[in-house]
Design a protein around this ligand. Structure first.
Ligand SMILES: [Zn+2]
Length: 185
């Protein structure tokens, strides 16, 4: 029983922490449907992840249950300046403390700087979903090349575009960027 391998999809976080266990692996696109819906993985590579359990002495005697996650991946997104696809590295890390009930999790999450979640009934956590959350959180709001491969429109074009009609124009957004503005969000 004790030596059963840990399953990251149904992780027994208490046992994982109590034994200071570690796991690592590579998740393919099929395992990260929410991420790849927004940002496909580059070159058929998977996302590398690792996780580590830790038990810390608790204030009230009960030990604290911690899960430390790390994830890395490369995704492809359209550049918001030139609209060409670009490959971006994503990296995320998160330390989560698990407590027994939802109310306590909410209270501690507000009270402390710690990231606190409630352990689901039966103590099983989908830790790969947490890895996926972390990669989604690492997505840039406005992905852009440092230097775009295609030349941007000539200044004359952008000037005309900004002064012209109120109708949406693809160059208007580019002109805003050239003036140093940021689109939306
Ligand atoms: Zn670009």
């Amino acid at each position: 029983m004790k030596d059963r391998p840990h399953d990251p999809r149904r992780l027994d976080v208490r046992r994982f922490a109590a034994t200071a266990a570690q796991l690592q692996g590579c998740a393919g696109a099929g395992e990260l449907p929410r991420l790849v819906a927004d940002a496909p993985l580059a070159g058929g590579e998977g996302a590398e992840w690792s996780m580590r359990g830790e038990q810390r002495p608790g204030v009230a005697g009960e030990p604290e249950v911690w899960l430390h996650l790390q994830a890395r991946a490369h995704v492809v997104l359209p550049c918001q300046r030139c609209l060409q696809p670009m490959t971006l590295p994503l990296q995320g890390a998160r330390s989560i403390r698990f407590v027994d009930d939802e109310a306590e999790a909410e209270r501690l999450d507000e009270e402390l700087d710690d990231d606190v979640l409630a352990t689901p009934a039966r103590g099983r956590v989908d830790a790969l979903a947490l890895v996926e959350d972390e990669l989604i959180f690492a997505l840039p709001l406005v992905p852009r090349h440092d230097t775009c491969p295609e030349p941007l429109p000539a200044p004359a074009d952008t000037a005309r575009a900004t002064e012209a009609d109120a109708a949406p124009h693809p160059f208007a957004a580019l002109a805003a960027l050239k003036r140093g503005g940021r689109p939306g969000r």
